[in-house]
Ligand binder design. Sequence first.
Ligand SMILES: Nc1ncnc2c1ncn2[C@@H]1O[C@H](COP(=O)(O)OP(=O)(O)OP(=O)(O)O)[C@@H](O)[C@H]1O
Length: 292
Amino acid sequence: MSELKVTDLTVKFAGITALDHVGFTVEPGSIHAIIGPNGAGKSTCFNVLSGVYKATSGSVRFGGAELTRMPPHKIAALGVARTFQNIALSRFQSVEDNVMLGRHRLMRAGFLSTGLHLPHARREDARHRARVREIARFVGVAEYLDAPVGMLPYGVQKRVELARALAMEPKLLLLDEPVAGMNGGERRAMAEVIVAARADLGISILLVEHDMGMVMRLADQVTVLDFGRKIASGPPAQVQNDPEVIRAYLGEQAVQQQDGVVMAKGAPGQAQAGVREGALPQGAPEASGEQS
Ligand SMILES: Nc1ncnc2c1ncn2[C@@H]1O[C@H](COP(=O)(O)OP(=O)(O)OP(=O)(O)O)[C@@H](O)[C@H]1O
């Protein structure tokens, strides 16, 4: 099994250092979360890992391969699959056809022989469609296989996206805010699928998520970014009590006020000026059911 090792990763855009010598390791078969307030560099990190952005310096190694100079399709071919913050599916195609797109790199029959319905291409297509149906059952979308994706509820579409990523038979899955915009029930269903993907398929998972209840419940390890720098890392229980992390989320005042309890000032439910999105709850709560 391959580990993902990120070392000294730096990404600069004109005038902005989005990632500043960031390092972390995703152990094989683990769930690792990257968290941090808005603009911390989480998406930039994902975009480098999947080949969308080029690193300014540093290294990303997956197994024996250096990913930083590889195009996205080569990284995918090594077994790294990702989902996106905003759903990236073909709305007019069926669930089955969308998930089949994930299998393309695994198919040997060319476009022409598939189009001409040659026997070997037909057999291969049937084999892949059978696997697609298995994966659809695994993520709980089997009943929607024939439906156009655009007709389905948002939570189901997010699971279809996960199914398409799993259809690539990845070793490492990058999930960019997998429960964003979902209601409580949808979040719990998604969390169950993520846990099952690790347990049943042995996949390593790297997760960016603003739902801290979910992160604290699912992740084995958490890396915290703020303004492009890694400010903390470790198991969830350790990270959520780290003063640097509390300061990043709630500001200096909160650190001075808090004595074991992290709270923002102001009326309940009212955001404090300067408090950044993704407030960090104490304890290890169940999946929150609330959107951060
Ligand atoms: N393509 C780009 N060009 C210029 N600046 C960028 C680009 N992508 C990201 N940035 C900047 O890099 C910094 C990190 O942004 P990034 O989107 O990675 O943060 P994030 O932690 O994912 O935030 P959010 O939680 O809001 O999605 C921000 O200052 C952002 O404006």
